[in-house]
Design a protein. Sequence first.
Length: 334
Amino acid sequence: MLAPATRNALTPPAAPPADKHPSERGDSARSARAESNATDRPAPAERDATDRTVPAERDVSDRTVHAEQDATDPTAHAERSVADRPACAESAAGEIAGGDNTAVTPRARPYVVLSCAMSLDGYLDDATDERLVLSNNEDLDRVDAMRAGCDAILVGANTIRRDNPRLLVRAQARREQRAENGLSPQPAKVAIFGHGDVDPESRFFTDGDTDKIVYCATKTAGRNRTRLGDRAEVVDGGEPVDLELALEDLAARGVGRLLVEGGSTVHTMFLTAGLVDELHLVVAPFFVGDGRAPRFVGDGQFPWHRGNRATMVDVRRMDDVVLLRYALSDRFEA
């Protein structure tokens, strides 16, 4: 289990030294594709990408990237065994955008892996109500291993609303290995909420004997504490939610490795802020070709562009899909 929280509202850290710079469907009908409040801004609905099985199977516990359009303004801010995973995050300080092809690590935070699957033309889903299968069994097993090797899994609020994900490690052997290593059999679950409500009976909250932590906007903190009760710890994450402070809080709780599973807005938030150390993109062998569908990321200013290319470290074929693995920070772990 994670270390108990010492506060229920995030507090900005002291200013760094002068020579340093401070630098995130399921069995029920899908919810509305967009909401009109400040953070749940209108956008095409999106679903999971990496961890999908077959259209007839609606168990979203197998999904990897649960896309969402909630959270905060995205511009405001390897799979390894459990045994050889670092116990805690390293600490560093610097600018978000480095001078080479990496992002410099901002202060202390977990090692962040962002994982998703997309079509050849960069879509996480299509614009229909049917599930779009992007992955295969080999990739599903890879993702399960990634979950087993992390301390926490993070998604956004709309992912919980539409996908009703469980976010659990499926393989018993992997759960047992975690227990042998002194860890909870299941990683902690983390969510980023904006101003919308989430059903407290969602499987994110009810399934799995593990910590559930919700970082929400200040204006909704009290309401979410009342709605969720003891199902999750609700932390006031600022207005809007400050991803860097949320990550520092997770590090203080003992989260050394964080798996981000979507969706598009969350991808955009983490990537534009330079808060991802490693990116896993699984590419399915077909096109979606519908501009109404959600893409891998939205618009934003990313540290990686034509003048500052990301570093590709691995390409792996898995039957009819391919995994592209990129190093995005100076903390990349080979």
